[in-house]
Every structure is written in C-alpha cells, then in structure tokens.
Write a protein that binds this ligand. Structure first.
Ligand SMILES: [Zn+2]
Ligand SMILES: [Zn+2]
Length: 283
C-alpha cells in the first residue's frame, strides 16, 4: 500500500485528488448527449452501429455495472474468482459512472436510507434530482473519506480498487475501445437506464413486497435494464443475485450469473429469501 505524505490513512484513499467540479460533470454529460444525438443524423446512422451499441449495453452495462458493480461488489450476491471480479469491474469502469468504491458507497447509502432524508438520490425530492441532479453533487475531502469509510471499507482495503479510484487511467480504456456508437450512444442509453432505476423505479410500477420505501417493479425497466428494474424485489431482498422473482420477470443479469454458476465461476449465490427479511424490517 502506498503511503501519502501525511502517512497512511485508515482507508488508504488519497483525499487530495481533486474530483471533477459539478460544472465539469454537467458539461461532460451534456457533451456526451449531444454527440450521441448525432447518431440520429442519416449520414452517421448505421445498423452495424446499432448492433455495437446493443452488444456494448450487454458487455459493459450488464456484465460491468449490473453484475460487477451492483450484484457482486455492492451486495455480495455471489462469490467469484478475483480475476473474474476484476474483469467485470473494469468493464464497469468503462461506463463512466465513477470508481467502484464511490459507486458502491453511494448505492449502499441509498439502500440504508431509501426515500428518506439521507438517500443520495431519492426522486421524492423531485424527478430531476433523483434521475441526474444528484450525479452532479460534489463529494470530496473529509466528506468523501467518511462516505468511503462508512460504506466501502471492504473495497478501500483492496489496492486494485484504490488504484482505480486514484488514477482513473481506465478513462483511456473507454476512449480506446472507440467506435462512435459503442461509446457515446451506448454510454448515454446506459446512463439513463441506470439513473432511471433510481428515479422511475421509485415512482412507477407495481409492488410485490411492502418495503418501507417507495420502490417499484417497473415492467419497461425490468426488461430494458436487464433485470435491474425489478427494483421493489431488490429492495425487499438486496443481497439476492436474482432480481426477477416471478417466473415472468425476465432478468438477463441473473441468467448470466446462472451461466457463471454452471461454469463454476460463481459460488455462494444468494437467492431470494424474502419473507424472513420483510418480517425483520417491518418492526
Ligand atoms: Zn432503490
Ligand atoms: Zn442495490
């Protein structure tokens, strides 16, 4: 572990690294949207591009964010060999949703405070805030360290994740896999899919479980976001690696994890054990 000038901190995270400012983030997001919109121009449009975007949504979105960042790192929904975990996380880094340590910390905080005061992105504040406004908030210095310390301690102990968190060298990866559709269009679509889980799935949809928050199973997002949209199920049973609980609740990420199970690459897989959890929460 590399020590900084002030000595090693308990979390080994370099607090001096300046995070991007809110304006830079907002400009970056707007820039990506504008470039992505160019895809609609007839002379830029290509079916190969569409195919690349869909493929990219699966490879980076499902494998990287849904399975890597979310079900594996954040909720420990299953166990897998380190090389696989890190490969999935690198794919997740290419989605430009922040470092894994940060993503995990914010998401665990969301689960702890869902739709209450300290939820980092409740749409009950307003839709814009729950969807993308919160993305532009600055968390830095002692605040960031405290967040990591409280929610991501398991990851800040791992050099690899601290390295990603510090260096951001993987931004280069996301530039080098190039091809216009594969980057801009796929990134923007996936941003909105991820953000919509936080906003739309806490407002519209049906509920299988009476969770204390406002989470919903949203039919459209359940399918489009490859299982992440069965968000009421997920709040009822966060650790479960399977988000679709009814047989018709299609969950592509879960089907992928099942494939990993068959290949012996995912073990200790958590499946729904909801009734017990709801009983525990209702008091
Ligand atoms: Zn939620
Ligand atoms: Zn979650």
């Amino acid at each position: 572990m590399r020590n900084n000038a002030s000595g090693a901190t308990s979390t080994h995270v370099d607090s001096r690294r300046a995070p991007p400012s809110a304006w830079n983030l907002a400009n970056g997001i707007v820039f990506y949207h504008l470039v992505a919109l160019l895809a609609l121009l007839p002379w830029v449009f290509s079916w190969t591009g569409v195919l690349l975007a869909v493929l990219g949504l699966y490879v980076f979105g499902v494998l990287g964010i849904n399975i890597g960042y979310h079900r594996l790192l954040t909720h420990k929904g299953f166990a897998s060999p380190k090389w696989l975990e890190r490969t999935l996380v690198i794919l997740g880094v290419c989605c430009l949703q922040g470092s894994p340590i940060r993503w995990v910390a914010i998401h665990r905080r969301h689960h702890e405070h869902a739709d209450r005061l300290h939820d980092p992105h409740s749409p009950l504040v307003n839709f814009f805030w729950g969807h993308v406004g919160w993305v532009m908030t600055r968390i830095e210095g002692p605040g960031l360290l405290a967040l990591y310390d409280r929610y991501s301690k398991d990851l800040t102990r791992d050099k690899f994740y601290v390295w990603i968190d510090r260096g951001w060298w993987l931004k280069i990866v996301s530039i080098s896999y190039a091809v216009f559709w594969g980057i801009f269009v796929r990134t923007v679509i996936h941003w909105h899919l991820t953000w919509a889980i936080n906003s739309v799935s806490h407002l519209w949809g049906y509920r299988n479980y009476e969770t204390p928050d406002n989470s919903r199973n949203n039919l459209i997002l359940g399918v489009l976001a490859n299982g992440e949209g069965w968000h009421n199920n997920h709040h009822a049973d966060p650790r479960s690696a399977r988000h679709g609980h009814k047989f018709w609740e299609l969950d592509v990420a879960w089907l992928t994890i099942r494939l990993l199970m068959v290949m012996g690459l995912a073990t200790n897989v958590a499946t729904p054990v909801i009734a017990a959890r709801i009983d525990a929460r209702s008091d």
